[in-house]
Design a protein around this ligand. Structure first.
Ligand SMILES: Cc1cc2nc3c(=O)[nH]c(=O)nc-3n(C[C@H](O)[C@H](O)[C@H](O)COP(=O)(O)OP(=O)(O)OC[C@H]3O[C@@H](n4cnc5c(N)ncnc54)[C@H](O)[C@@H]3O)c2cc1C
Length: 394
């Protein structure tokens, strides 16, 4: 490592030691900008301090609220945060999805208007892509946007809107020209969710949670100034946004704060629940499964670092689908291995005779079923890899 980078590491370490509040040095809630969610004092302080330093979006230019860090410096900040167990100060679709998209496709006015707000966590963003008849076949979307001078009048419906009840803003793919072929005539617009024409209906899941919603647009409005990219050319802008999303799931986006919170140590869990023999987890077959998972996860992390170092843009174009598919596999396997280690105590369901961690394990397992669906299913990612990476025929 160069002397310069070593110096940067020392400064970073010292600054983090002095400025990361105790309450932000443990797993916990990571703000995503929603004005409808109250933050604990330490979480708010951490967000404000990091935003002042430009480290909520370390690689963005300073004039847009970032710190203009290089990839190597970015990785140093991530490592130093991990060293003290610091949570990311900010996450979400603002800094991670629509922010980098505006950085790439927005006008100067749009960048000045929106990016500093994203960087400070001022406003929580939802994603309005999927519709009942447009999931994997996203280009089939039907939500209408009719040109009315300074505004677009919006009518239609989105589904699976994550965090819909807490959202302040939503970016939507809409049909601005219904007469063109389906991949054309689509545009990307930013919509204020706090207006009479936007209605959000939570969807209740088997887990009892309602993490996502149906969102109805009934004569809602979007300002024309808030159309990102060219009108009717939103398909390529929207696809690029999906690459930003997938690169977050794959852990290689350098736009936002990307320190992943480490899950519980599976070795410790297994030692506790399965017992220890000759100072080893007692079950040999389980040891083998755990070892394979940890080796794969380690090579995955090394690959992420290599991809970050090698790509110019903050979201790699080709590797995102590969990393998303593999990342989803490892996330699911991790949840299954944890359940395997805990035996029947890993299958608890809101039962007082189980510990809170045991009760969480089953819900976590259920939640991880979704990782190979959101952001585009694994089957769709494999289609993309076949066509775009391997160059196979349709
Ligand atoms: C937890 C979660 C959060 C989400 N949050 C959001 C959100 O905030 N905003 C948003 O817009 N959307 C969101 N989604 C929706 C998500 O993007 C869609 O579920 C996903 O794109 C799949 O679409 P679908 O559900 O309509 O399934 P379908 O497209 O109907 O697919 C059904 C099955 O068929 C397979 N399939 C379909 N087409 C093909 C093909 N060509 N080749 C091979 N297999 C195929 C799929 O892989 C899948 O297994 C979320 C989903 C989940 C699970």
């Amino acid at each position: 490592m160069s002397d310069e980078l070593e110096g940067f590491r020392n400064e970073t370490r010292e600054w983090l030691e002095n400025n990361c509040p105790e309450g932000a040095r443990e797993p916990g809630f990571i703000p995503w900008g929603s004005s409808k969610i109250e933050l604990s004092p330490d979480t708010r302080l951490w967000l404000e301090r990091m935003a002042d330093k430009g480290w909520t979006v370390p690689t963005w230019p300073e004039k847009y609220g970032g710190a203009g860090l290089s990839k190597s410096e970015y990785l140093v900040v991530q490592e130093e945060m991990q060293r003290i167990g610091a949570r990311p100060p900010l996450t979400g679709r603002g800094v991670n999805y629509i922010g980098p998209t505006i950085l790439e496709f927005g006008t100067d006015q749009q960048k000045v208007k929106w990016l500093p707000r994203f960087a400070r966590g001022d406003g929580g963003w939802c994603m309005g892509y999927s519709e009942p008849a447009a999931g994997s076949d996203l280009a089939n979307l039907q939500m209408k946007a009719v040109d009315e001078g300074d505004v677009y009048r919006l009518n239609g419906m989105k589904i699976w809107t994550s965090d819909g009840v807490y959202g302040d803003w939503i970016f939507c793919l809409v049909r601005t020209d219904p007469d063109k072929p389906k991949h054309e005539g689509i545009s990307l617009v930013l919509v204020n969710m706090d207006q009479p024409g936007v209605r959000v209906q939570p969807i209740r899941l088997v887990s009892g949670n309602s993490p996502f919603c149906e969102t109805f647009f009934e004569d809602a409005f979007a300002h024309k100034d808030d159309l990102i990219g060219e009108v009717n050319h939103g398909w390529s802008v929207g696809k690029r946004l999906l690459q930003y999303e997938r690169s977050v799931h794959g852990g290689v986006n350098t736009s936002g704060a990307q320190v992943k919170q480490e899950g519980p140590s599976l070795v410790n869990i297994a030692r506790q629940y399965m017992g220890v023999h000759n100072n080893q987890i007692a079950d040999g077959a389980f040891r083998d499964r755990l070892l394979r998972l940890e080796m794969n996860s380690h090579s995955y992390r090394l690959t992420q670092r290599r991809v970050i170092a090698e790509t110019q843009a903050s979201a790699p174009a080709l590797a995102t689908s590969i990393l998303k598919v593999k990342g989803a596999e490892f996330t699911k396997e991790r949840a299954e291995v944890q359940q395997h280690a805990m035996g029947m105590r890993g299958f608890a369901w809101e039962d007082d005779s189980f510990t809170p961690d045991e009760n969480e394990t089953n819900k976590n397992w259920l939640t991880t079923r979704a990782v190979s669906i959101y952001g585009g299913t694994s089957e769709i990612q494999k289609n993309i890899i076949a066509k775009r990476v391997l160059g196979l025929p349709d």
